[in-house]
Structure formats: C-alpha cells, structure tokens
Design a protein around this ligand. Structure first.
Ligand code: TYD
Length: 133
C-alpha cells in the first residue's frame, strides 16, 4: 500500500480568484486542533526530518510547490504538492522530509494535536528502532 494518501478539498473558482475550503469532516480523519503554516522558505531549505508518535496531519500547499518524502522505515515515497485542492495525509510514525520549495510556497498543515515536543522523534536511527520494535 502506498504511503501517499491524498485528499481533495473543494476549490471554488472565480474570475477574481479562487477560494478553497478546509473544514472538519471525515476527509480529515481527525478532530482539527491546530493549523500552522510554513512561509518565506529559504531557497534550498530542507524541513521536517522527524516523525510523530501521536500527531496526525494533512499538509496542503496553498501557493507554489514543494516535495514531501515519506518513510515508514520500510519504504520511502515522494510526492510534489502544488494544488490548494489537494492534501497529503501523514499518519503516526511516518518520517517526513520536505524540500524543493518554490519561492512562493505557502505550506499549511492541519494537525490533530497541539504542539508537543515530546511527541517528536527527531533522530532517524531512533525512528527505525521504534518502528521495527
Ligand atoms: P518543526 O516541527 O521541527 O518544523 P518543520 O517540520 O517545518 O521543519 O518546528 C520548528 C520549530 O518550531 C521547533 O522549534 C518547534 C516550533 N514549533 C512550535 O513552537 N509550534 C508548532 O506548532 C510547530 C509546528 C513548531
């Protein structure tokens, strides 16, 4: 089964600009507790490089594009996000890396939990040990 699970959100086009809608629904798969955004990303920036124990997320590229690499300790897959109408589900115990940010990239992340540093696994070897245990 692929690690890349995409979800569609409604986009309402208009000659004056498009409107995309993200609201609580089964599509999200969890109760939304937090939304954060990555903006003004530096050229060549690499972000992520961690997994979460409890946090589930849906990432949406609102503007521009970026690449997500997902890794469950067995396989590694990547996907380019470049559409505000498409979200990427990221479950628990998935190592993620983000790179290839366009200069206009705005990445929104819808999250199931409040920020909690103890929920992070930031060391790849520790991640591999945890998922193989
Ligand atoms: P991190 O999740 O490592 O960012 P990324 O995955 O985009 O590389 O977070 C970067 C810093 O921001 C880190 O010091 C934790 C802090 N942070 C918060 O304080 N609250 C939040 O909701 C998030 C996501 C991060």
């Amino acid at each position: 089964m692929s690690l890349i699970r995409l979800v569609e959100f409604p986009v309402i086009p208009h000659e004056t600009g498009s409107l995309s809608v993200y609201e609580q629904s089964d599509k999200i798969g969890f109760d939304i507790k937090r939304i954060y955004c990555l903006t003004r990303l530096a050229l060549g920036a690499a972000r992520g490089s961690h997994a979460h124990r409890a946090l589930r997320q849906v990432a949406v590229c609102l503007s521009g594009s970026c690449r997500f690499i997902l890794d469950d300790g067995k396989t590694r897959e990547d996907v380019v996000l470049d559409n505000p109408g498409i979200g990427l589900h990221i479950g628990t115990y998935i190592w993620r890396e983000m790179k290839d940010f366009s200069s206009d990239c705005v990445l929104m992340v819808i999250a199931s939990e409040l920020y909690s540093e103890p929920d992070y696994i930031r060391d790849y070897d520790e991640f591999l040990q945890v998922v193989k245990a």
